[in-house]
Design a protein around this ligand. Structure first.
Ligand SMILES: [Zn+2]
Ligand SMILES: [Zn+2]
Length: 147
């Protein structure tokens, strides 16, 4: 288990959420993950809380609304998937999803000239300071199977 980077109770309290075992469990789950989770992953990993997918979906979406979980979309002509990830300060990562088997990997790569490039091509903006970026590809295992 990696070192906890958040205090679930404190986070919930600070954002005006009632502290429930389900919410604490969800945040603890997110905090322990290396990679983003889909609703199917969350449902599987939260089994012992006996909450259905709809309940979990609503709880996660409320965290997205509150700004401590980020929603990631991966879409191409072959796939259209949504994942959720805990927003950690001072940590900037991107993710790549396999469009065949949904393997997901967190990569510590970023092109820091994205913002300045966008700024150069923008007519209306004074500053551009953030971006979101999702990669889709074929994992090594699927590449072997497809061939
Ligand atoms: Zn794959
Ligand atoms: Zn980036």
């Amino acid at each position: 288990m990696p070192i906890q980077s958040i205090n679930p109770e404190e986070l919930l309290h600070d954002h005006g959420f009632r502290i429930t075992p389900l919410r604490v469990g969800l945040l603890t789950l997110f905090d322990s993950q290396k990679n983003p989770l889909s609703i199917a992953d969350i449902t599987k990993k939260m089994k012992r809380y006996r909450a259905d997918t709809t309940t979990l979906y609503r709880a996660v979406e409320a965290f997205v609304e509150a700004g401590f979980i980020r929603k990631l979309s991966f879409s191409t002509t072959r796939t259209n998937k949504t994942y959720y990830d805990l927003i950690k300060p001072r940590q900037h990562t991107h993710h790549v999803l396999c469009e065949y088997c949904n393997t997901i990997e967190t990569i510590l790569f970023c092109n820091r000239s994205l913002e300045s490039g966008a700024k150069q091509n923008s007519k209306l903006f004074k500053t551009i300071h953030a971006h979101e970026l999702s990669f889709v590809g074929t994992c090594k295992k699927c590449a072997r199977a497809v061939r």
